[in-house]
Design a protein around this ligand. Sequence first.
Ligand SMILES: [Zn+2]
Length: 446
Amino acid sequence: MDFELFNTYSNKTELFIPLDDNDIRIYACGPTVYDYIHVGNARPLIIFDVLVRFLKLIYPKVTYVRNITDVDDKIIVQANQNKESINNLTERTIKAFSNDADALFVKKPDFEPRATEHIQEMLKMIKVLLESGNAYLSDGHVLFSVSSMPNYGKLSGMNLSEMIDGARVEVSDYKKEPADFVLWKPSKTGELGWHSDFGFGRPGWHIECSAMSEKYLGKQFDIHAGGLDLIFPHHENEIAQSCCAFNTKFMAKYWMHNGYITVNNEKMSKSEGNFITVRDALKKHDGETIRYSILSGHYRSPIDFSFKALKEAKSALDRLYRASENFEYDNVIDEKFLSCLSSDLNSPQAISRLHELASEYNKGNKNAGQLLKSSAKILGLLNYDTSKWFTKNVRDDEYEINNLIAERDKARSDKNFKLADEIRDKLKEKGVSIEDSNSGTKWRVD
Ligand SMILES: [Zn+2]
């Protein structure tokens, strides 16, 4: 099957030709773990999860890496604000992130590397960039010199003066040119940092993705994915670091970027304050409903988030559940459905095809119900038995209960038994009893 995708790098739709048919290698930029994720952050998780599920149908092996940024100035600021340790904040946030991803039926990537566990790999790369003359030391910082790379700006299509005029680069005394970016920066004593040849400090944001993608996928790989807002400067800088350090012509062959989620036509973002956390959305709606709603727009177009849209998604899913009752998943996927996805991952068309299959089933075509159930799995939909889907909303705080249990497990492993007992009492107030066993904590309603 031919898969066509829009490549940001060439700015056109291209036929996907893998570097190695036997192992498709994909890297997506993951979360910076300083707070709960919002619905806008959920979009790339879901889209690239579908991409991986789809490619696994065509190729024998797909290796998917999604990193965790657990060293960043935002994390330091948030930990100070919360008066908690950086480690506590990141561990707690990673756990919550993982719960949110599970609730959205996003499968775990093959590798989920953390930046703090790859400092040596980053330092090694920074050293190479210094030796090759692509980086320089200045005032305790190591900076990448953008003028040392002729193609800099190719991905975003911006030239240096546009970058500066748009004030999207930080002008500082220690930089030779305003667009130069930080590879390593000094930390004060007592601050988060690591000892290195360039002094006690910490990495800039971009270097981690270059170092970790090389470690798990090699110097060049098939697809690099992320949100539209990462094209500049993050992805532009990743390309500069990787191509200069590894002496290669490209980092990833294809660059895929998802569009924004908007609220009243404005981008949903933490800084705008117009965001809804996945955690809050899950209190009212099942993760599958959120997933359906996000997939009902094409991944490159903006989609407007609203609770009204989620209600509509729920009724649309009800219809698909009714038509697929009595069927289990099998390996036969509807061809028209697949051809929708093979055209730049057109999930809205693929969903329309699922509704066509539901109509055919309702007219008496049994096979259409079977195809519907199996095909929906590629989008990560119809995860429940139909009877469960229509009855499970009885307890709509199930998600909150699972989070409390996870927090209690963490407290127990930290030997904070006072907190663990407090959480147990809180659950009791909700009429929930818990039982600890070797296979984890189970809960039931009294
Ligand atoms: Zn990245």
